[in-house]
Design a protein around this ligand. Structure first.
Ligand SMILES: CC1=C(CCC(=O)O)c2cc3nc(cc4[nH]c(cc5[nH]c(cc1n2)c(C)c5CCC(=O)O)c(CCC(=O)O)c4C)C(CCC(=O)O)=C3C
Ligand SMILES: [Fe+2]
Length: 362
């Protein structure tokens, strides 16, 4: 039987966007940080990360590969829907994509955002971007953001396997007692405090994924590895507190405490973004090497078929909900499957109140 995706007639992949050549780097950073009060020195430093990779972020190529894999997954499951792609900060921009969707006669699209957790930056800001894109296009399709998926088995299971694979990369003497260092993007403490319907959801959702991965690794290896949730890519003005500890400081601490080895698991990122290839693979692995601490970095979900199929699962789940049918919602760990529409007060914009799609009552 062909799965029923109605009332949806398209899928929209929504992402951050990144520069593709050196000349793109400054305009990209201007797009990202407009009105954000990010210090000049921080921008110059982040610009250097991009120039170090030829001015090309990995994120767009990863989205192109993900699109191809998703189209294949949908086709082989008999879901005959076109898949579009639009970004917040770089070409293809969301507004241009939504204009194309309108021209193609699309009426209602399910939107998968490449960001798994609650927070203003990772959820509401994308919903504002969707509102802006729809408002700018005459005859724009209805755009429904699919629910958060940090606790979907299709996201967590690849993290478990990646952790096991990275543990196997460590020298044998370092393996058994190795620390699992789970890493995500730092955000301002106030942004974390406002995240989710009850506050604190960003860090708490990560901690729930951490607990689940640690337990599943224990079931496989018999060892309950010591672990922590730490942060990378701190930005903003120095006097504003962001979530800590920083991954490099944490590695120093592990070394001082006599740790035998460490696996870094970037659960905050769905693929190998710049934060992963620079902040972890370049900077944090160099810190570990300087300390003489054996270290390996676990893979991100990326093109794992279980992660690609998560989009299809969320699409069909939401389609059934919109048709008024009862549906099972997959989730693992102590957070239940998330809501379809965010509460009005969820993840507030730290600067100004702006309209956003996929909200209760909208
Ligand atoms: C929670 C979160 C995610 C995860 C959710 C998600 O995946 O969306 C994320 C993703 C990303 N962040 C990215 C890049 C940047 N983020 C910046 C700045 C900031 N990020 C923030 C938070 C987050 N960011 C915040 C609170 C700021 C301060 C400015 C502001 O309040 O908005 C800056 C400016 C320079 C700097 O300050 O570092 C850059 C260049 C890229 C592209 C990477 C690539 O090219 O591969 C991606 C995927
Ligand atoms: Fe960011």
């Amino acid at each position: 039987m062909t799965p029923d995706a109605s009332p949806y007639d398209a899928v929209l992949l929504v992402s951050f966007g990144g520069p593709e050549k050196p000349e793109d780097v400054v305009p990209f950073l201007e797009n990202v940080t407009r009105g954000r009060g990010i210090p000049r020195e921080r921008l110059e430093e982040v610009g250097q990360h991009y120039y170090g990779f030829g001015g090309r972020s990995p994120i767009n190529d990863q989205n192109r590969a993900f699109l191809a894999a998703l189209r294949e997954d949908l086709a082989s499951a008999g879901v005959d829907l076109p898949v579009y792609w639009g970004n917040r900060n770089w070409d293809p921009y969301l507004t241009d994509t939504v204009r194309q969707m309108a021209a193609d006669g699309i009426t209602r699209a399910a939107c998968f955002v490449t960001s798994a957790y609650s927070s203003y930056s990772s959820c509401r800001q994308y919903r504002e971007n969707l509102f802006d894109a729809a408002a700018a296009v005459e005859g724009a399709p209805v755009l429904d953001k699919l629910r958060l998926y940090f606790n979907h088995p299709g996201f967590v299971e690849p993290a478990v396997d990646a952790t096991l694979a990275a543990l196997a990369e460590l020298p044998e003497h370092a393996r058994e007692g190795a620390h699992l260092t789970f890493v995500t993007h730092s955000i301002p403490e106030t942004m974390n405090a406002g995240s989710g319907p009850e506050g604190g959801a960003y860090a708490d959702q990560h901690l729930s994924v951490v607990a689940e991965v640690v337990e599943r690794v224990r079931q496989e290896t018999g060892a309950r590895h010591p672990h922590a949730l730490v942060y990378c890519s701190r930005s903003g003005a120095p006097h504003i507190p962001w979530l800590e500890p920083d991954v490099n400081d944490h590695l120093e601490q592990l070394h001082d405490d006599g740790a035998t080895g460490v696996v870094m698991v970037p659960i905050g990122f769905v693929s190998d973004h710049m934060e992963v290839v620079y902040d972890l693979d370049t900077e944090a692995l160099a810190t570990a090497e300087r300390l003489g601490l054996p270290a390996a970095r676990a893979a991100t979900a990326g093109l794992d078929p279980r992660f690609v199929a998560t989009v299809r699962d969320l699409l069909l789940e939401r389609a059934a909900v919109e048709r008024g049918e009862d549906v099972a919602r997959a989730s693992v760990g102590r957070w239940p499957a998330c809501w379809d529409r965010c509460a009005a007060h969820c993840c507030p914009n730290p600067r100004e109140d702006r309209p956003a799609l996929s909200q209760v009552g909208s």
